[in-house]
Design a binder for this molecule. Structure first.
Ligand code: HEM
Length: 466
């Protein structure tokens, strides 16, 4: 059996590091067919084939059982795991929450959180920090600020605590999920996570109740003020954060609102899909620039010229094309979501291969982005690939950190802006160098993270007064 791991290797790798199961062949061949514990598997790295599965014939593919089990938020179906008519309705309803205008309006929250982390790093001048931990703090802070502008009155830290506990609890892959055993069988990880899930639900429920009451007081319960993409806010009386947007969102076709369970599941989904991924994009960017003096100097020069003595703000984004290229190149080499998988519903042909119903198609950005047939010098860190004129030569389906087609990441703009603002704010204040001897090994959990964190030493570039 070539290409696809056997049962023992797969189970060991699923627990340890699935990246280790990719072979040389995956990085050289457009397609690798095989049979694994999940049934027949096609590892697909050809842009035409990828477009066929994710876009042209997307209706014939659903997220496979493993994805649904592992990524199911633990509290019902959010946008990431929903399928069919329920997914279509959710996507229609939630799309306006992530419109360019909305995301741009969140820029100030992103900049606030980024400046907080940059200052915290500056205060640790000369010391060692784990950048992966700092980056995760930052992305959770951004989500807290953008989802719930106002926390709990009685216990302001409860929300952060609930989120951390919840995601620690549901994190690891459970072997029962790999075998596809029925949901009714208790998973050890999930059992341990139960109190954390209950706490998270209780905190979110309280926030939802308070916000519904506030909306009702301001006559916005019917969603008139927020429905649709272009509606104005509520004049400052009610925060126009994602919570308000979720509670007032309406399906543009049926006018239906989300019920409380769906609001909760989608809050968990945004946090699950949005925090570790974006933190990894930032962590790998900081790691890569620390390995390349010339890139780092050019990045610092761009940030200094754009922001000068002012703290970073979203208005600086258009003046940061190289910063964007650094983040995009970091996500090429270390895609925060390293693989996607689908299951064929009916028979299909992909690049001449016949796929029977039930065949799993794996599309792994980690492989596609380092593929010998698609990239010159694939292992080299070269942000200029993402600047004109070279940028135009990149095939849409050879670079897919956010996926493609109808299920493309709804938070892509949000994530890219956040990573750019955070990288610029940090680079403006400090320079970070890898601690000598710290081993950096990418490990695939649900996201692609450094196994032992990212230990770096802080050098001050701009004193805290500036
Ligand atoms: C660098 C950061 C991020 C990366 C690399 C990333 C990557 C992805 C990818 C590859 C998919 C498609 C999965 C598939 O087709 O199987 C996806 C879907 C999704 N992402 Fe992201 N994501 C990021 C940040 C975010 C953020 C910040 C949010 C929300 C706040 C978010 C919310 C979602 C949701 C809800 C989906 C499911 C969309 C659907 O199925 O309709 N993501 N993401």
């Amino acid at each position: 059996m070539r290409g696809v791991p056997d049962l023992f290797t797969f189970l060991r790798a699923a627990r340890d590091n699935p990246l280790a199961t990719w072979t040389e062949e995956h990085f050289r061949a457009p397609v690798v067919m095989g049979k694994g514990v999940l049934g027949r598997v096609m590892v697909l790295s050809d842009p035409e084939g990828i477009r066929h599965v994710l876009v042209d014939n997307a209706a014939n593919y659903r997220k496979d059982a493993l994805t649904r089990r592992v990524l199911g938020s633990g509290i019902g179906d959010g946008l990431f795991t929903a399928e069919g008519q329920i997914w279509r309705q959710l996507r229609r309803t939630l799309a306006p929450l992530f419109s360019a205008r909305r995301v741009d309006a969140f820029g100030a929250d992103m900049a606030g959180a980024a400046e907080t982390v940059a200052r915290r790093l500056a205060r640790r001048e000369g010391r060692r920090v784990d950048v992966a931990v700092e980056a995760t703090r930052l992305t959770l802070d951004v989500l807290e600020r953008t989802i719930f502008t106002t926390g709990l009155q009685r216990d302001p830290d409860a929300l952060g605590r609930a989120i951390t506990l919840f995601f620690e609890g549901i994190g690891p892959i459970d072997p029962l999920d790999v075998f596809g055993l029925p949901d009714a069988l208790p998973r050890i990880g999930r059992l341990r996570a139960r109190p954390a899930i209950a706490f998270f639900e209780a905190v979110v429920d309280e926030l939802v109740r308070d916000r519904r009451a506030l909306l009702a007081r301001h006559g916005a319960a019917e969603g008139a003020a927020f429905a649709g993409a272009g509606a104005p806010g509520l004049g400052g009386a009610v925060p126009s954060d994602l919570l308000t947007l979720l509670l007032t969102a309406r399906d543009p076709e049926t006018g239906e609102a989300l019920d409380d369970a769906s609001v909760r599941a989608n809050i968990a989904t945004f946090i699950a899909a949005g925090h570790e991924t974006t933190a990894n994009a930032l962590t790998w960017s900081l790691y890569l620039i620390a390995q390349d003096e010339a890139v780092r100097a050019r990045l610092e020069a761009e940030v200094d010229a754009a922001a000068g003595d002012a703290p970073l703000s979203p208005e600086h984004l258009p003046a940061l094309p190289y910063t964007r290229a650094v983040v995009e190149e970091a996500m090429r080499l270390y895609p925060p979501a390293p693989f996607m998988s689908r299951e064929a519903i009916a028979e299909d042909r992909v690049l001449g291969f016949r796929l029977r119903p039930g065949t799993i198609v794996m599309i792994a950005p980690y492989i596609v982005h380092r593929h010998a047939l698609l990239w010159d010098d694939p292992a080299a860190f070269d942000p200029e690939r993402f600047l004109p004129p070279r940028r135009e030569a990149i095939d849409r389906y050879a670079y897919l950190p956010f996926g493609a087609g109808p299920r493309v990441c709804i938070g892509a703009r949000f994530a890219l802006h956040e990573a750019m603002i955070a990288l610029a704010a940090i680079v403006r204040r400090v320079r970070l160098d890898l601690v000598p001897g710290h081993a950096v090994e990418p490990v695939q959990r649900v996201t692609l993270r450094p196994r032992e964190g990212m230990k770096m030493r802080v050098h001050l570039r701009r004193p805290l007064g500036g």
